[in-house]
Ligand binder design. Structure first.
Ligand SMILES: [Zn+2]
Length: 452
């Protein structure tokens, strides 16, 4: 059975939402207009919702009551968005230690959806999202996915790590009528798997491809090497991790369409998304996003730890939550797309991906990949691991042109980037596995930095 996207969008999806009693389509209707309001109006709305959330958290969660009382700040002391900084940051350790006390006592447990983060920075975190918040998140994600040229009811080729969600019959029916994902499992992305992706996509012709940046890149490179053509989606959504410029160029060249970079996390869902003009707008529909270094907001153009407050999740409030990534807020104050939400210049990757040099410099994983690994012919894949301040391990998958010259190049670059005091070892490996979440890490540092 093959149904058209517009039939699904205009008939099946509204009927399904009516049957489920879910309001996300109603939310969705207002969201395009919301994004074009004057910023002052957007912020006034955020402030009002923030005050309501803080009052609720204080009254109904033991954790936030203790937090407020220990800092001697009352919810009523918060009268501007800047006042939010009077409150402490929330870390993953806080959630692990106080998770149950963060759950609101006035919301029945059966209205909470349990979630678990992938644990890619070490340990996973268990959390809950209330049903109303889940519906907002669903609507918000659709509203940004439309920037990539996709709409509800259209087929999605999902290069993703978790195909179980399509397995029972109910999930299968839901997927074939509603979500319309064509699952392409990234667990083992070898040549045979990618050839199978190609055959599936050629047959099913999804409107959009969706996946982790690095998986999309590996697949694009495979198609180019094998000279396999004919996959031309309307757009591509790259998500969950840093998208390097070289990855974007390859993906756009091979598939002949624009890549929309989307950033979010399991805890609060979508945090930022690229608009059709290529600007990374922060999600002001459901969040307040801050960029913090040494406890203070950073200036535009400076890197800061990304801190979010979720204005919708009353079941388990996330107030000033440190996501674990670093981003750079932009000095740009407007965008030709008409969306007034603030812009982020770039996502610099995880806090734990920063290499610290003995001279006190911090080098982000993204810049190391682009200014180091990319300059080494003969290196197929590379991962930099820092255990101590003056010692690095380069894990390398050799490419065909690997030679003595490659080793000499590594020495020279290591000296230039990290200074004379850094020693290093090279470990040759057959492959560098992505993590169970499907994310791939170019750089892992075990040291503290100003964002941690
Ligand atoms: Zn824009």
């Amino acid at each position: 059975m093959s149904l058209s996207g517009s039939f699904i969008r205009t008939v099946i999806v509204p009927l399904w939402a009516m049957k489920e009693g879910t309001p996300y389509l109603r939310h969705l209707k207002g969201l395009d207009g919301s994004k074009k309001r004057p910023l002052a109006q957007v912020q006034a709305d955020q402030l009002q919702r923030l005050k309501k959330l803080l009052g609720h958290a204080y009254d109904n969660t033991p954790f936030y009551r203790r937090q407020f009382d220990s800092t001697a700040v009352k919810p009523s002391d918060i009268s501007t968005l800047d006042d939010l900084r009077k409150l402490p940051l929330l870390t993953k350790d806080d959630i692990r230690a106080n998770g149950d006390d963060m759950i609101a006592r006035n919301i029945p447990r059966d209205q909470l959806v349990a979630k678990k983060t992938s644990g890619s920075t070490g340990v996973s975190v268990e959390l809950f999202v209330d049903e109303a918040s889940a519906q907002w998140k669903r609507a918000v994600t659709v509203s940004y996915d439309r920037w990539a040229g996709w709409d509800i009811g259209e087929r999605v080729g999902a290069i993703w790590g978790n195909p179980e969600c399509y397995q029972n019959w109910r999930a299968h029916l839901r997927n074939s009528l509603l979500t319309r994902h064509i699952p392409l499992d990234t667990l083992k992305m070898g040549p045979d798997t990618m050839r199978a992706y190609y055959d599936t996509l050629l047959k099913k012709k999804p409107v959009i491809l969706f996946g982790h940046a690095h998986s999309l890149y590996l697949f694009a490179r495979f198609l180019e090497e094998k000279e396999l053509s004919g996959i031309h989606p309307r757009g591509i959504i790259s998500t969950c991790m840093v998208l390097h410029d070289f990855e974007r160029q390859t993906i756009e060249r091979v598939f002949g369409c624009r890549v929309t970079n989307r950033y979010g996390c399991e805890e609060v869902s979508l945090i930022a998304c690229e608009c059709p003009e290529g600007n990374f707008h922060l999600n002001c529909d459901t969040l307040i996003v801050e960029f913090i270094r040494d406890g203070k907001p950073v200036a535009p153009g400076e890197p800061g730890a990304i801190v979010v407050t979720d204005l919708t999740n009353y079941g388990m409030p996330f107030i000033r939550y440190k996501v674990g990534d670093v981003g750079i807020p932009s000095a740009k104050t407007s965008c030709p797309c008409g969306c007034t939400y603030p812009i982020m210049d770039s996502l610099e990757g995880r806090v734990a991906d920063y290499v610290v040099t003995p001279d006190g410099n911090y080098i982000s994983g993204i810049s190391l990949t682009e200014n180091f690994a990319m300059h080494l012919p003969g290196v197929k894949q590379m991962q930099i691991v820092q255990e101590e301040l003056d010692h690095l391990t380069f894990r390398i998958v050799k490419g065909e042109s690997f030679s003595e010259q490659t080793v000499a190049d590594i020495k020279r670059l290591a000296y230039e980037r990290f200074g004379a005091r850094v020693r290093f070892d090279i470990e040759y490996v057959d492959s560098i596995q992505s993590e169970s979440s499907g994310k791939y890490r170019f750089c892992i540092s075990k040291l503290q930095n100003p964002f941690s």
